[in-house]
Design a protein around this ligand. Structure first.
Ligand SMILES: Cc1cc2nc3c(=O)[nH]c(=O)nc-3n(C[C@H](O)[C@H](O)[C@H](O)COP(=O)(O)OP(=O)(O)OC[C@H]3O[C@@H](n4cnc5c(N)ncnc54)[C@H](O)[C@@H]3O)c2cc1C
Length: 627
């Protein structure tokens, strides 16, 4: 990926070779010929530049968090693409500041999480007040996840980190390129792209186009898709400022007030905080954001007359909308991020959802482009992600109503009763997982399949001298994470180093991962069967699947002459049986984890028969997959 197929007028023409449609032209004759063509077009002025046509595998429109993630994930899989952005640089304003637990897991898989952690503030709790009284307290550290917090980091930094990561893979954003129009023609999409520094227009023929171009998406417009929804009456006033108070910088502080909610979030820079005030009195309209206005709102809603606001680095007013597109895909064109869904920023879900759209689509598109899967796999992008966005719209709408309601009766119930309920442990866990986006699942996706063995083939009581599962083993497997759930994190010992290894570390890469649990019974017959299956999987599924044998012991079964076995996968020791418990694998079980970290297939009988048809139907069938 470069900054376009041709140099600009005025650019020095390269002497050592030009990368054109992934082919390096480096013979002097070829270059001289191409240079003559380029010089001719250059001297011809803007009208001539319009003659320039180019082709690409894949065109991504919009270099916000969604487009940057998409380009990175494709490039990580060796898929070249062009990423165009209408602005001449990345945005400088802070905008989205809340990065959730699930997104941090994705950043870990992308190899960029360290940059985020070193720059952001870890928000470990939240408080909801009515004046000086605490109504509700949230503790994110109860989350059972590697990142039990919200990371606060301005979106401008998020985009810079993603761009730096993209550049480390030799990817680039083509700035000052604005998509004007799109048209699907037979097997390609033709995009008219304006080079905004000189108003010339480039015609790009792309095999695939992904619209990551935000709420006012031109890609969506070109497709005539609907973007149904509405605009909230409430207006919001917002500022990034210094506060000279002593409240915890690891927590969010929210006041519920009859004039509207008031929220304060820590920002990573020194004494900076993000203030957001909802203005529910629509009759008078919202005042323009200023330090004075926010100081007045601050005092009115918190009851704190001591704290002073200063040093504003960003002031803005905004209205919020909730809208969703009717389709995520039309032919060879996809939508992702704000181009497909917008909603209230309550809960900080927008950017996180967009990044996860990209993370869902990229591996599927890469498999189709490389010929490792049939194109019908792409249908599952909409099947899986549209319901997620719909549920984000519903959830953020309910939360927005909850905090902005003007109805005195509902306010009373909320402040006296609902906040009490929300303080209950079970309800908090549910709510925190939802906010952290750890509860996202694809249970209803055609890519999710559970295979439960026959109850008739179970023993009544556990007998660890044989491999047959007991009834209790079957129940544990049922209760464990299902196909479509995020594969949970866990730890084992890597063999032969005996180093502690997390499952997420073992999964790192772009492949599927097949976890083969040996169960708690350790019989020669069981190991032999597991290894036979592993070999069969390796020859059938090839390099797309990495195998991990998880053994519930401190030593591998040497009596099987381990080193002589033709085993190419990894061996994870689970002496405390924690991984076995987490995955409900008291009896032999297998889990196939998709490249995006969700469980695709699981089975308690460890046999090739249900897994191989699953693989063939999901990735090799040419018939459309429908849920
Ligand atoms: C005040 C505020 C606070 C928020 N807080 C949070 C939060 O804490 N957490 C969270 O998850 N979300 C939050 N959000 C939402 C978040 O900012 C958006 O969801 C996020 O920016 C969406 O990313 P995106 O890449 O899909 O779209 P965008 O960020 O809008 O990026 C789209 C890009 O496409 C470019 N583009 C547009 N049209 C064209 C064209 N024709 N040709 C070429 N390029 C084009 C644009 O210039 C832009 O760079 C907040 C939003 C606001 C307003």
């Amino acid at each position: 990926m470069g900054s376009g197929p041709f140099p600009y007028r005025g650019d020095k023409l390269p002497e050592d070779g030009i990368l054109l449609n992934n082919t390096i032209l480096n013979s002097s004759v070829q270059i001289a010929k191409l240079n003559r063509i380029v010089q001719f077009l250059w001297q011809g002025g803007d009208s001539m530049r319009q003659l320039l046509n180019s082709t690409t595998n894949l065109l991504i429109v919009g270099a916000g968090p969604t487009g940057l993630t998409m380009a990175h994930e494709l490039l990580r899989r060796g898929i070249a693409c062009r990423l165009i952005e209408q602005k001449d640089t990345l945005a400088q304003t802070s905008r989205a500041i809340g990065i959730h637990s699930r997104t941090l897991e994705i950043f870990e898989a992308m190899g960029v999480v360290e940059a985020f952690l070193s720059q952001g503030v870890q928000i470990t709790g939240g408080n909801v007040y009515d004046g000086g009284k605490t109504l509700l307290r949230l503790d994110f550290q109860h989350l059972d996840a590697p990142y039990p917090y919200i990371l606060s980091l301005p979106q401008s930094k998020t985009e810079q980190n993603l761009l730096a990561r993209l550049r480390s893979l030799r990817g680039e954003v083509e700035f000052s390129r604005q998509l004007l129009a799109l048209q699907q023609e037979n097997d390609t999409v033709v995009a008219q792209v304006k080079h905004t520094h000189d108003d010339s227009v480039e015609k790009i023929q792309a095999d695939w186009v992904i619209g990551c171009d935000g709420a006012r998406s031109q890609v969506r417009e070109s497709l005539n898709l609907t973007f149904e929804g509405s605009t909230y009456e409430e207006e919001f006033v917002q500022a990034d400022v210094n506060l000279d108070w002593k409240k915890s910088r690891q927590e969010i502080h929210v006041w519920l007030h009859e004039s509207g909610p008031f929220a304060v979030f820590p920002l990573p820079d020194g004494e900076q905080w993000r203030l957001i005030a909802g203005i529910v009195d629509s009759g008078r309209g919202a005042p323009e954001a200023s330090v004075e206005v926010l100081q007045r709102i601050f005092q009115e809603r918190t009851g704190d007359n001591q704290t002073t606001i200063s040093n504003p680095t960003w002031l803005s007013n905004f209205k919020i909308h909730r809208r969703i597109v009717n389709h995520y895909r039309q032919g060879r064109i996809f939508l992702a991020g704000d181009a497909a869904h917008i909603h209230s920023p309550v809960g900080a879900q927008g950017m996180n959802t967009g990044i996860q759209d990209a993370y869902n689509l990229a591996w599927k598109l890469a498999m189709v482009i490389t010929g490792d899967s049939s194109p019908s796999l792409l249908d599952t992008y909409e099947t899986e992600r549209h319901p997620i966005a719909q549920s984000v719209l519903t959830g953020t709408h309910a939360s927005t109503q909850f905090i902005t309601t003007q109805n005195p009766a509902i306010r009373l119930i909320r402040d006296q009763l609902l906040t009490q309920l929300l303080n209950l442990g079970m309800i908090q866990t549910f709510m925190l997982k939802r906010i952290a986006e750890l509860d996202i699942h694809y249970h209803n996706s055609p890519l999710s399949q559970n295979h439960y063995g026959s109850l008739a083939k179970s023993t009544l009581l556990p007998d660890r001298t044989q491999e047959t599962p007991s009834l209790q083993d079957r129940i544990s497997f049922h209760a464990a994470p299902k196909a479509g759930d995020r594969a949970p994190q866990g730890f084992g010992l890597h063999y032969p180093s005996y180093r502690q290894i997390s499952l997420f570390e073992a999964f790192r890469g772009t492949q599927f991962n097949l976890l083969l649990f040996d169960g708690l019974a350790q019989t020669a017959e069981g190991y032999t069967r597991l290894l036979e299956l592993a070999n069969q999987m390796e020859s059938s599924l090839g390099t797309q699947v990495r195998l991990h044998l998880v053994v519930a012991a401190l030593e591998p079964p040497f009596d099987l002459n381990w080193s002589d076995l033709n085993w190419h996968g990894s061996l994870i020791l689970d002496p405390q049986q924690e991984l076995h418990q987490q995955y409900g694998a008291a009896a032999e079980s297998l889990y196939l984890i998709r490249p995006d970290g969700y469980i695709g297939f699981r089975s308690q009988s460890v046999e090739a028969e249900p897994l191989l048809p699953y693989w063939r139907n999901s990735f090799q069938s040419n018939t459309p997959i429908h849920a």
